[in-house]
Design a protein around this ligand. Structure first.
Ligand SMILES: Nc1nc2c(ncn2[C@@H]2O[C@H](COP(=O)(O)OP(=O)(O)OP(=O)(O)O)[C@@H](O)[C@H]2O)c(=O)[nH]1
Ligand SMILES: [Zn+2]
Length: 335
């Protein structure tokens, strides 16, 4: 027993950052900028209550390195400052964490006919949910002859933005500036807007320094370059498949759509608890009559409202069930 305690004391507690998470197996980016395979102690699984309690890409973790082995055991996930998650609204409500501790959400959009302010607004809502600060990156500035109409719309949003072009590599330096001081950024945007091009421009130098990392899998030894958590100066870039797919779930109800117009109108309704159906003095219905908003917009607002109520109900039910089983477990322990 004493010997065990002694050993524990000598185990060095280290801090690193989850670079890859797959099936509860991890790679930690260490202070020495190496990637260390890591796993969880067996009892960890009994302590977690939600999937979201498991380490995720971007998490800072306390770990110890196994003696004489290039392997680590994760002890603890440090509190998250922000998180991107997806609430899967199937039969059971589950929160799936995509990435954590992100300071900046770089919303990438190209300056051509694909430019779409509504899409940007949805990403802004997502940023708000996550706790990250949104920055809009306008790519392919070289292809854009008339920038005025785009910039006019962006100015109204009141969000920082910057223009970049792959033909002017120095234009991406602004992004590096955001990451000074150990900050973390991640990129979202539709396919083809130029995210990879941008990340390559940003990381070219660093990647050559880090080189490739060898990894074992069932098919034998092969070489892959891990680029999910990239150190850039003293900051980081997170580029995971999950964040890449973010565009596919723009319609998820946790992101929803911003209905700021309807919310603003409802403040002018005569009754504070107005449901905007048939009440007297409903400012929303009046706006429809005046053609300021469409019926369709109001009905999608109602739809989102209903979905959120359903989700909340299901969540409450699950919570109740969970409490019941943990209480059972607790009382079983004292029997
Ligand atoms: N003219 C011009 N083309 C660009 C610029 N940046 C990227 N492209 C081109 O746009 C295309 C798509 O760029 P990617 O970087 O692959 O886009 P992506 O956002 O990573 O796309 P996904 O991987 O599908 O998500 C490529 O052919 C790039 O060469 C730019 O600044 N100017
Ligand atoms: Zn109303």
């Amino acid at each position: 027993m004493e010997e065990k305690n002694l050993k524990k004391k000598h185990e060095k507690q280290l801090i690193g950052r989850i670079a890859i998470a797959y099936n509860h197996m991890y790679k930690i980016l260490t202070k020495e900028q190496t990637f260390l395979p890591a796993s969880l102690p067996g009892n960890y699984h009994f302590q977690v209550q939600h999937e979201a309690d498991y380490p995720a890409v971007g998490d800072w973790v306390v770990f110890h390195q196994l003696p004489n082995e290039d392997k680590a055991m994760i002890k603890e996930v440090l509190p998250r400052t922000s998180k991107f998650s997806r609430k899967t609204a199937g039969v059971a409500v589950k929160e799936q964490i995509i990435a954590t501790n992100i300071d900046y959400l770089f919303i990438v959009t190209s300056m051509n006919e694909d430019f779409n302010i509504a899409r940007i607004e949805r990403y802004l809502v997502a940023a708000q949910h996550s706790g990250a600060l949104p920055i809009i990156i306008l790519t392919k500035a070289d292809l854009c002859e008339d920038k005025g109409w785009i910039l006019d719309q962006l100015l109204l949003l009141g969000v920082d933005f910057t223009m970049v072009s792959m033909f002017q590599p120095e234009s991406v330096e602004v992004i590096k500036d955001y990451l000074i001081g150990g900050k973390t950024g991640t990129f979202v945007g539709s396919s083809g807007v130029g995210k990879s091009t941008l990340i390559n421009l940003l990381t070219n130098e660093e990647r050559m320094k880090v080189g490739n990392i060898r990894e074992d899998d069932q098919k034998g030894r092969h070489t892959t370059t891990h680029r999910e958590l990239i150190q850039l100066g003293d900051g980081y870039i997170i580029d995971t498949p999950g964040m890449r797919e973010f565009q596919l779930w723009e319609d998820d109800i946790n992101i929803g759509e911003s209905f700021t117009d309807i919310q603003a109108l409802s403040e002018q309704c005569k009754f504070r608890n107005c449901s905007h159906h048939k009440e007297v003095g409903c400012a929303v219905q009046q706006a429809i009559d005046e053609g300021k908003i469409t019926e369709k917009r109001l009905s999608s607002y109602f739809k989102l409202e209903r979905e959120l109520i359903m989700l909340e109900k299901r969540r409450a039910k699950q919570e109740k069930k969970r409490m019941k089983t943990t209480n059972k477990k607790k009382s079983a322990r004292y029997e």
